[in-house]
Design a protein. Structure first.
Ligand SMILES: NC(=O)C1=CN([C@@H]2O[C@H](COP(=O)(O)OP(=O)(O)OC[C@H]3O[C@@H](n4cnc5c(N)ncnc54)[C@H](OP(=O)(O)O)[C@@H]3O)[C@@H](O)[C@H]2O)C=CC1
Ligand SMILES: CC(=O)[C@](C)(O)C(=O)O
Ligand SMILES: [Mg+2]
Ligand SMILES: [Mg+2]
Length: 404
């Protein structure tokens, strides 16, 4: 079959798959029906799965992993399971907001504990938490909670631990959304009491997205881990809480694996690395005489508005197949250059996460009393970079923002 025909077939198959994928949420249907009709350009198929009650064993490129899901915890089961519990959300940043509102919407008993009259206190009131009823200063909220969900900033968890620790009494559960405080205990000095369950649920995304996906009736992917299981029920509680706070599919990890992968991810592909790549390409294009609009469109706008969403929906091969053959050839050819250059940086990053240097840096900076003002200044500097000023204008033309 000629390349042209196979490409045409591929695009037809992609269109079919594309529409069918959008219509079909059920993984098993997709992997059965579509696998037969795919061609080599079609997006990679979903992992075949063997469903057992409450947990699926799935094959991730040859490695079998367990996956739990929100469907196993319908609201009535959640409410019944946690009927004798009060979830005390300590800290109301992006995660406290998302997780707290989701758990409250699902009918669980939830209170919030933050500094009185601080930014979070005010935000919590805006979100309907009532001072003296569901909103309290930290220690009072902990005294009312049976499941203490420490969602303070990681630096604040260290700073406040001496006040919080005495309230983490036998029979309570200590919950985190990051392994940071427990794993870097040589720096955080956080040693959980020996007579409580210690668990984590780490949403793989911003707390804002934890909330929006929940409201869309879906759920964010989260990982869970058990650090200490005194009751013999720590894992079940962690999975139930993962659903309660808005998770869709839930993966097992350990506190160490979670914190190292998370610190690497946010400094790498998710935030720091993409910032560096955007800046590098934009600066090269501008230094070689391209206009700000052309440089921004070619670097950020096309990526976020056209190509990256295709990766998210159907995989990278689908996105490559959806671009020109000219682009495809070049992209494949240059991949290794970027791979080699970035692996050097990422291994250096991984070393600095593993040896605690990144934790040290984060604790030092985020413990400053004026940490918010310091970030405001740094983020203002980023906002005022030419790339993002050009981006403001490009974005303003989008229908949803069009002011012109
Ligand atoms: N952001 C995210 O999307 C994700 C975060 N996580 C983890 O979730 C946890 C919470 O993160 P996030 O929601 O981003 O919150 P932030 O890191 O933005 O922390 C903000 C919260 O910490 C409180 N706080 C800061 N300093 C102090 C202090 N000195 N004393 C008392 N309270 C303080 C703030 O209260 P105030 O308003 O009074 O300053 C606010 O409620 C962390 O462990 C994080 O690693 C996990 C996954 C994703
Ligand atoms: C949103 C998230 O998962 C991060 C980037 O790890 C975080 O905010 O710490
Ligand atoms: Mg993360
Ligand atoms: Mg993180």
């Amino acid at each position: 079959m000629s390349f042209r025909n196979s490409s045409r077939m591929a695009m037809k198959a992609l269109r079919t798959i594309g529409s069918r994928r959008l219509a079909t949420r059920n993984i098993s249907v997709m992997s059965r029906n579509v696998a037969a009709s795919t061609t080599r350009f079609a997006p990679r198929m979903t992992a075949p799965m063997v469903q057992t009650r409450g947990m699926r064993v799935m094959d991730f490129a040859g490695t079998k992993e367990n996956v739990w899901e929100r469907n196993d915890w319908p609201r009535e089961k959640l409410v019944d399971y946690f009927k004798n519990d009060t979830l005390a959300i300590i800290g109301y940043g992006s995660q406290g907001h998302g997780q707290g509102l989701n758990a409250r919407d699902q009918g669980l008993n939830v209170v919030v504990g933050v500094r009185k009259d601080g930014a979070s206190w005010k935000q919590a009131i805006e979100d309907g938490w009532v001072p003296g009823k569901t909103l309290f200063p930290v220690e009072e909220a902990i005294s009312k909670g049976t499941i203490i969900m420490n969602l303070l900033s990681d630096a604040a968890q260290t700073e406040t631990w001496p006040q919080i620790a005495p309230h983490i009494t036998k029979g309570k559960t200590l919950y985190f959304s990051h392994g940071f405080s427990v794993i870097f205990k040589d720096q955080t000095k956080i040693q959980p009491p020996k007579d409580v369950d210690v668990i984590l649920v780490a949403p793989k995304g911003s707390g804002r997205t934890v909330r929006t996906l929940f409201k869309e009736g879906r759920g964010i992917n989260s990982s869970f881990a058990v650090y200490q299981d005194v009751t013999g029920k720590a894992q079940e509680k962690a999975i139930g809480l993962a659903v309660a706070v808005g998770s869709g599919f839930i993966y097992q990890t350990t506190f160490k694996k979670e914190v190292v992968s998370d610190l690497v991810g946010e400094r790498g592909c998710l935030m720091g690395g993409i910032n560096g790549l955007f800046l590098a390409q934009y600066q090269v294009l501008r230094e070689r005489g391209h206009s700000p609009a052309e440089a921004f469109n070619e670097t950020v706008e096309e990526a976020t508005q056209s190509l990256y969403p295709l990766i998210g929906k159907y995989g990278l091969d689908y996105m490559f197949a959806a671009c020109s053959t000219t682009a495809r050839r070049g992209a494949i050819d240059w991949t290794n250059r970027f791979l080699e250059a970035n692996k050097k940086v990422l291994n250096d990053l991984y070393d600095n996460v593993e040896n605690g240097n990144e934790a040290k840096r984060s604790l030092a900076y985020n413990s400053a009393p004026n940490y918010r003002e310091l970030y405001d200044k740094e983020l203002e500097e980023i906002r005022n970079l030419e790339i993002w000023k050009a981006g403001e204008t490009v974005r303003s033309l989008r229908p949803e923002f069009n002011k012109h």
